[in-house]
Design a protein around this ligand. Structure first.
Ligand SMILES: NC(=O)c1ccc[n+]([C@@H]2O[C@H](COP(=O)([O-])OP(=O)(O)OC[C@H]3O[C@@H](n4cnc5c(N)ncnc54)[C@H](OP(=O)(O)O)[C@@H]3O)[C@@H](O)[C@H]2O)c1
Length: 287
């Protein structure tokens, strides 16, 4: 089986590298060609246009920013006419509604569509430890299970297309809300003269603790948001996707809208491309 990998950004590059390391025949495309150099050096075939990669492959993996990027790379005129007979595996974070719309276009072009968004970040992408959530028919899941195992040990079939995308957004809502809640309590403890070590000691022993707190603590204390695995702008994107989708199913989204304002403030402070724990600075700078 030949795989086309479209989108070799922060996540896509290490994922494509894992396929190459597993001796999978790979052709890769990225809008910014410089990012393909490590793959080229490792022996991957490089496509100058998405349609070249799509035409050459049995299966097309997408790891792109958003639905706009998917439409541009996969469903522009030149690309979609080459889709017939392939299977598209969409792994970026998009809404269930967008995923189903893309599925419909892909199926209309004579191809199959699977969604497989992931939880975990660059370290997990490098080590093949991502949590892969699959939205597909059972037989599609079985056919692509071995391929998906290159990214995570136990890809999980969630249900039909849309369900895995929804689950991913539910989890990312937690990333945004938990991190914001922690940053506010940390900032509050500091302003009230409470030792951070004592605050953390009591928190760690309580049922309120989440491991992500310790993961982000040092960055927040140092104001060091450099070399992000997941930049603030992506968490903002996912928060917007969640709000749109949650509203459409009649949920009260007031709490996550507050979180969104904090993310917006962090982005205004020029942290868009920094680690999302930069939202601590947006909270801490308020006087
Ligand atoms: N980073 C994480 O920790 C993480 C974890 C789980 C899921 N995700 C999700 O995975 C997806 C990719 O994330 P990432 O961190 O790898 O992002 P990234 O580093 O920003 O890479 C995004 C990729 O999409 C391409 N792209 C964006 N807009 C495009 C357009 N209009 N036309 C063509 N190509 C376009 C980029 O091409 P260029 O190189 O030319 O810009 C790049 O290849 C996102 O949906 C993200 O939410 C990320």
């Amino acid at each position: 089986m030949k795989v086309a990998f479209l989108g070799t950004g922060l996540m896509g590059l290490p994922m494509a590298q894992r396929l190459l390391a597993a001796n999978i025949d790979l052709i890769a495309y990225n809008r910014t060609p410089e990012k393909l150099e490590p793959l080229k050096a490792a022996g991957a075939e490089i496509a100058a246009h998405p349609y070249q990669a799509i035409r050459a492959a049995d299966c097309v993996i997408l790891m792109l920013t958003n639905a706009v990027a998917v439409y541009s790379v996969l469903l522009s005129d030149g690309a979609s006419s080459n889709l017939a007979g392939t299977t598209v595996i969409q792994m970026g974070t998009i809404t269930p509604t967008e995923s189903k719309e893309i599925r419909d276009s892909v199926v209309a072009a004579g191809a199959e569509y699977i969604e497989a968004p992931v939880l975990g970040s660059v370290p997990e992408a490098k080590s093949g430890k991502l949590t892969v959530m699959v939205g597909a028919y059972q037989d599609q899941y079985q056919r692509y299970l071995d391929l998906l195992k290159n990214f995570g040990p136990e890809p999980i079939l969630v249900g039909p297309v849309g369900t895995a995308a929804a689950l991913k957004l539910a989890l990312n809502q937690l990333i945004a809300s938990l991190t914001t809640a922690f940053a506010l309590s940390l900032g509050f403890a500091q302003r009230q003269g409470i030792e951070v070590d004592l605050f953390m000691q009591i928190l760690r022993e309580s049922v309120l603790y989440a491991p992500t707190f310790d993961k982000k603590l040092q960055r927040m204390l140092e104001g060091n948001y450099a070399n992000p695995n997941f930049p603030t702008k992506h968490l903002m994107k996912d928060t917007d996707l969640f709000i749109t989708e949650a509203k459409s199913v009649g949920l009260n989204v007031s709490s996550i809208k507050g979180v969104r304002q904090i993310l917006e403030a962090a982005i205004k402070m020029s942290f868009a491309n920094e680690d999302y724990s930069s939202l601590f600075s947006a909270i801490h700078s308020e006087q």
